[in-house]
Structure formats: structure tokens, C-alpha cells
Design a protein around this ligand. Structure first.
Ligand code: IVH
Length: 710
């Protein structure tokens, strides 16, 4: 993360309003980033527990400052927009998520909340179903007159992808619901998953075929379901459990309890989980949780908790929803899975920005059904803090989908010859010094030690190139990690512009690509075509591809939206280089969503002559498309607007989001570049500055008049 100050460590109760606002903005961005990794790319970076902690912090701050809830708040979303290749399907009933409980006490609180809401005294019985929370991906199956007509993924909860053809290949999903009492329309909801055995067999087959290895069964299931060719899905052993429903026609549900509907599911031929139980008390619920937890390792598929649901459907109806989850259900999460193994070695990987990342090479071990051979060690302080030594016996943890971590060392199993690990101060790839820069804000050394080799470090160059062609950057088909590494070592592609001159150089070369090992005339031509296809590129992708430190997809989009065209963006960046401490920097820093750390990193990037050489060479080859303005015709399109003072009809964040939707740029400070100031009561210095600069100032009502809303 970008680490904008230390607001993130302040307890929620101690946050000032300004800090809370900044923190909500950071959390919205961070959570959106992790959602995208998890849902669209099946490649999460943090543990479920860390992710839950982010969402909990967001919820706690929103509860304390309800006026600061952002339009793009994670509490208003359950996932990300679907990615595209399949048609989209609007869910008749949204597919929402579940609140979480992490302890027995949380479960007691949940039941007490339900009772309080319903005003049920202890003497009145209240049943709950308890069932495993399957770690797969949720699916909605629409049956009309008993026949499967549509299958859709969850997507962002409101719209998912149409994966009907692929779902039809899954044996567990019946084409027709059998038996009596099947309503005219019935949307069954449940989870698609893959067993551990099938997952391992699939990965072996993938490896033999030189195809993608999946990190875990959930990713394998997601990847299999998203195949454009359904014969591939058919060959993948996917399974299904039903546990909920969406739209149901007026002829009604088959029962008035959750349990009764599960019974109907089974009669209709839909598989339900055999561990489902009906509980009459909190104690029974917690007992089911512990018993399912104990049997977890032997289940043969991943589960990550137990879901409790109020059994009576009339009570569910009364309880309704809060935010995006039902009040009548919660997920009691399991702690992460752990196992003991030996640390064989520590390998240092060098990333795109030169950061040296230690990776633990482990004696392979099965953790919760998945074989783990590598674990992240984060950085040298982490190794020192846990005193991790080569040869140690360690506890590894795999939480949900993420890269496994080392929790601790088993001290009494340490071999006598194990010595403290000395973190290299020399880049293992290029031999340059690796240093820990002092963070100017904190005065403390950065967590990461970085190689100072810059351009001469092959590891950094290769990682930069991999980033440049990656999925959210230039996304060049046929130019993946393997090809980039080989082309780099052969001197064919050493900098990004070389990609676009590859075909030209190949035509003149004696050693043609088609004659290289693993290539032929067709594959070479296909690659050249794929490269040509990306000569037109959207500005936000272009900025992201440059690989500026701290500039991820979201920030790249903010910059692209803010500057509009590559010409304007680069002009501003040139001004920045000429006067890094002056107005150009202040302008950049004032952009909503760009904090000082990011602005500093951008300034450093554009202060380097060699980065300009790469950009100039790229522009010779590319046509960078301006970002499509959402509403180019709106009266405020292209304008820079500052909102200040108290607003009555909307929150400040909503106002900014509205301006951005209308194609305007919203800024936090008034400068010569400001076109309009929208001021409410109590506006102070910004109003004064606007008057000095002769900038138009209007009030909130005039703003609504201007944009044509009452
Ligand atoms: S009930 C209104 N039951 O967990 C919510 N969900 O965080 C209805 N999940 O998206 C969901 N096993 O993908 C329910 N037995 C179960 C589940 C389950 C897994 C997933 C589901 C949902 C997510 C909610």
C-alpha cells in the first residue's frame, strides 16, 4: 500500500473527522484493489483475515462517522463488476454477502441481536441452521418450469456473468428439477467448488501440458468456470452445493423454513451439504462449529467457516438486510490452517522497483489439502523479529487463498548449527548495493531493502517488462513471463519500446523468431499481430504500464481522468521535472486520490532522463487514446472544481463523485487552475483565495442548477 501517513494505525475512537475521511478514502481504494485481485483475477495478495480486518475497520469508522460514508464505500458493494468476455446478467434478487463472526462471543452477540430485533424473549424458541461455508464461488441457477435456463456468477452482486453453457457441463447441477412442487420460476443459489484430489490431479495435468498452475482449489474452480470453451469446463471436475435462493415465482417456496427448503432441494435433485444441522440454541450452534472444524482437514474440499441462518422464513423476512448482508445470517470463520515443516532455504527475489523480497523455500507440506513449498517472509525486519533461520522447523499458515506465511519458529527443534539469517546488502542479481532508504516522513528506514542497480539490474528490467505487458497494462497475448525472460536474455527486448520494434527488426534479422526453439511461422506472426493490436492504448493503461512506484491501476485511472490526454499528462509531468517543489507538484498533490507519497514517487519517476527516453521512444510507436470522458457534454466537463465549506444536500465525497461523473476534476485546493468554487456556509481561506484569483464562486443550489438537477 501507499502508506499515506500513520492514520491507519490510529484506533477508530481516536480519529478526528479529517483523519476518518482520509482513512475511509484509503480503505475504499485498498479494498477495491483487493476485491479486483480476488474476484476478477483470482489472485489475492492478502489473507482473508487481513481483508476482513480492513472491512471491519471501514465499517467501524462509518458507524462512528455516518456522514462520511463514501458513494464508493466497500460497504455498498459486495464484489467487483464482472470482467466481460461473457454476457452479463442482472440478478433479479441481488447476490449479497454475509457478516462475519470470529469468536464464540461474536456468535452469542449475533443471536442476541436477532432476538432483540424481533423482541423475542429467552423463553421463545429460535432455531438456526448451521452448515459449512464452502470456499468456492457462488452461482445463481435459474430454473423455469423446472428446466435450467440460466447460470450466472455473482459478479458485483447485482450483475454477474452468464456462464450457462459451462454450468450445464457440471454433473451436480441438474438440467431439470424433478418431483412435485417445483415453482414456475426458481433461482437456486449455491457454491461451485473443486475437491482437493481433483485440484491436485488438474495441476499435474496442467504442468504436463505446460499450462497455468492454480494456486488453490477455489482459483482452479473459478478459472475452470470462466473458460470460453465449455468443452474445457466439461473436462474439469467441478462440484456444486445448493444453500440459498433468489427469485421465486408467486406459486411460492416449497416450505416455510430454511431447513424445509433444503429438504425440497434434495427431493428436486439438488445436492446439499451433508453436514447441515438444525440447532435450537447458541450452544448447539457453537458445538456444530467446533465439530465441523475438527473434521475440516478430512473433508476433501475447502471450507472457511460455518454459516448460521435463522430457520423460520417469516422471521428472516422481518429481519431483512442491513447494508449488503442479511440480519438473519452470519458466517463464523475458522482460523487459518497451519502445519509444521522445515525451512530449507531463503531465496531473495528482486522486484520491479528493486525491492528485495525474501521467500521461504520449505520442505513441501500439505496445509488444509494444498501442498505448500514456498512462503513469503515479507522483509528483513520480519525475519529478524521472528528470528527465522535456515534449518529451522517452522509453522506455516495458509489463510484462504493467499500466499502462505510463516507464523513462528519451533524453538526447541532448532538445529545447533543454525545461525541468524544475514540479509544480503548486495543485489543477488546484479551485485549493486541494496539499501534501505530513510522514509522522510517517519525518519525510519523503509521496510524493503532496494537494489540501487536501477537500469543495469536485469531482475528489475525483466520485472518492469513483465509489468508492462501484464493483464491490466498492455495485456499482450502470447507475451508472458516466460517469453519476456527469454527475449530479455537474448537481447531482443530489453526495454518496453523494443516490443513495438520487434517485428521490424525481425524482418531484417538473420535469426528470425519463427526459427527459434518453440516458435514457428504462425506463432511468430500471431505475436506480431497481438503487439500491433496494442499500438492503440488507453491513457490509464499506458500510465499504469510505466510502472511508477505506488501508481497502481486506480491511481493511473485517477491521473488519466485528471489530465485527459497523454499530451496534457506529459506536459504536466515535464513541468514537474523542471520545478519539483513548486506549483506543478502542488497541483499533482491536490488531485483527489493522490497523496504526498504518490506525488513524490511520480515526481521522482519523471525526474529521471532515462524514463523520458523510454516514453519518447514509446510514443513513436503508439497512439495513446484520451480517456473517454463520462459526460463530455456536461456543463462542467473538463473543469477543475473545488468544494469547500458545509454542504447540506450531499456529503463532500458525494459532491466530488458527482463532479467526476460529469467529467470534471475535483481538487482540494484553490489555484490558478481552478475553474469554479462551490462554497457552503463556513468556507474560509479557500473563498478568500478564490476572490484574490478572480475565480467564480457559487453556492450549493447554484451548483445543482448548473448541472441541471433540482
Ligand atoms: S448463504 C444472503 N451459505 O459465502 C447471503 N453462503 O459471504 C446468502 N457461501 O457469496 C449466502 N457457503 O458464496 C451461504 N452455506 C453457505 C455458504 C455461503 C459459502 C459463500 C457465498 C456467499 C459468501 C457470503
Amino acid at each position: 500500500m501507499t502508506g499515506r501517513g500513520s492514520v491507519m494505525e490510529i484506533p477508530v475512537d481516536e480519529l478526528t473527522e479529517a483523519q476518518a475521511r482520509a482513512e475511509l478514502a484509503r480503505l475504499a481504494e485498498t479494498i477495491a484493489h483487493h476485491d479486483a485481485l480476488y474476484f476478477s483475477q483470482d489472485a489475492p495478495e492478502i489473507s482473508d483475515a487481513d481483508y476482513d480486518a480492513l472491512r471491519l475497520r471501514n465499517a467501524a469508522i462509518e458507524a462512528k462517522f455516518p456522514g462520511l460514508v463514501r458513494p464508493d464505500s466497500p460497504s455498498r458493494r459486495v464484489g467487483v463488476k464482472p470482467v466481460g468476455a461473457f454476457g452479463t446478467v442482472k440478478h433479479a434478487v441481488p447476490m449479497l454477502s454475509l457478516s462475519n463472526a470470529f469468536s464464540d462471543e461474536d456468535v452469542t452477540d449475533f443471536v442476541a441481536r436477532v432476538r432483540r430485533f424481533l423482541r423475542l424473549g429467552e423463553e421463545t424458541s429460535l432455531d438456526f441452521t448451521a452448515e459449512p461455508k464452502i470456499d468456492g464461488l457462488s452461482i445463481s441457477l435459474r430454473y423455469e418450469h423446472g428446466a435450467l435456463v440460466m447460470a450466472a456468477t455473482r459478479g458485483d452482486g447485482y450483475e454477474g456473468e452468464n456462464v450457462t453453457a459451462n454450468v450445464r457441463t457440471i454433473d451436480d447441477v441438474p438440467d431439470r428439477l424433478r418431483g412435485a412442487g417445483v415453482p414456475e420460476i426458481f433461482e437456486v443459489r449455491g457454491e461451485i467448488y473443486m475437491t482437493h484430489d481433483d485440484f491436485q490431479a488438474l495441476n499435474v495435468a496442467q504442468e504436463v501440458a505446460g499450462a497455468k498452475i492454480f494456486a488453490n482449489p477455489r482459483n482452479a474452480a473459478a478459472g475452470s468456470l470462466r473458460q470460453l470453451d465449455s468443452t474445457i469446463t466439461a473436462a474439469r471436475p467441478l462440484k456444486f452445493f445448493a444453500y440459498a435462493w433468489g427469485e421465486v415465482s408467486k406459486d411460492g417456496l416449497p416450505a416455510d423454513t430454511q431447513w424445509g427448503v433444503y429438504e425440497a432441494f434434495r427431493k428436486w435433485g439438488l445436492p446439499t451439504n451433508p453436514l447441515m444441522k438444525l440447532c435450537a440454541s447458541v450452544d448447539e450452534m457453537i458445538a456444530v462449529y467446533h465439530s465441523i472444524g475438527e473434521g475440516r482437514a478430512g473433508l476433501g474440499y475447502d471450507i472457511d467457516g460455518v454459516v448460521y441462518k435463522v430457520n423460520d422464513l417469516a422471521l428472516q423476512e422481518r429481519l431483512g438486510f442491513v447494508s449488503r448482508s442479511p440480519r438473519w445470517a452470519t458466517a463464523h470463520k475458522f482460523p487459518a490452517q497451519q502445519a509444521m515443516t522445515q525451512l530449507k532455504d531463503i531465496e531473495i527475489q528482486v522486484g520491479r522497483t528493486g525491492a528485495l523480497t525474501p521467500v521461504a523455500k520449505l520442505q513441501p507440506i500439505t496445509v488444509g489439502g494444498v501442498v505448500v513449498a514456498n512462503a513469503t517472509l515479507h522483509n528483513e525486519d520480519e525475519i529478524a523479529r521472528k528470528d527465522i533461520r535456515i534449518g529451522d522447523t517452522v509453522i506455516v499458515q495458509r489463510a484462504g487463498d493467499v500466499i502462505p506465511q510463516i507464523v513462528s519458529v519451533v524453538a526447541d527443534k532448532r538445529p545447533p548449527e543454525a545461525v541468524p539469517y544475514v540479509f544480503p546488502e548486495i543485489c543477488p542479481v546484479c551485485g549493486s548495493h541494496a539499501v534501505r532508504e530513510i522514509n522522510p516522513k517517519t525518519g525510519r528506514p523503509d521496510a524493503a531493502r532496494r537494489c540501487t542497480g536501477g537500469l543495469i539490474c536485469p531482475a528489475q528490467a525483466i520485472e518492469r517488462l513483465k509489468h508492462f505487458v501484464s493483464r491490466n497494462a498492455f495485456d499482450i497475448e502470447g507475451l508472458g513471463d516466460k517469453q519476456i525472460t527469454a527475449f530479455y536474455h537474448d537481447g531482443l527486448i530489453t526495454r518496453a519500446p523494443d516490443i513495438f520494434t520487434l517485428a521490424k527488426r525481425d524482418a531484417r534479422s538473420l535469426k528470425k523468431l519463427k526459427d527459434r526453439e518453440g516458435w514457428g511461422a504462425t506463432s511468430a506472426q500471431k505475436l506480431f499481430d497481438a503487439i500491433d493490436l496494442r499500438r492503440r492504448i488507453a491513457l490509464d493503461r499506458f500510465i499504469f504500464a510505466l510502472g511508477i512506484r505506488h501508481v497502481g491501476e486506480t491511481t493511473a485511472r485517477v491521473l488519466a481522468r485528471s489530465y485527459g490526454s497523454v499530451e496534457q499528462f506529459l506536459a504536466a509531468m515535464r513541468a514537474l521535472g523542471a520545478d519539483a517543489a513548486g506549483e506543478a507538484f502542488a497541483d499533482l498533490d491536490a488531485i483527489e486520490g493522490i497523496g504526498p507519497t504518490v506525488a513524490q514517487a511520480i515526481a521522482e519517476f519523471f525526474a529521471e532522463g532515462h524514463n523520458w527516453e523510454v516514453i519518447d521512444a514509446l510514443l513513436e510507436e503508439l497512439s495513446v487514446q484520451p480517456l473517454e470522458r463520462v459526460a463530455a457534454t456536461s456543463p462542467v466537463a473538463g473543469k477543475t472544481i473545488v468544494f469547500t465549506g458545509g454542504l447540506e444536500r450531499m456529503s463532500r465525497d458525494e459532491a466530488k463523485a458527482m463532479a467526476e461523473r460529469l467529467g470534471a476534476k475535483s481538487s482540494g485546493s484553490v489555484s490558478a487552475k481552478t475553474d469554479l468554487v462551490v462554497a457552503g456556509p463556513g468556507a474560509g481561506s479557500k473563498l478568500k483565495k478564490a476572490a484574490e484569483l478572480g475565480i467564480e464562486v457559487i453556492d450549493e443550489n447554484a451548483w445543482f442548477d448548473l448541472i441541471g438537477e433540482k
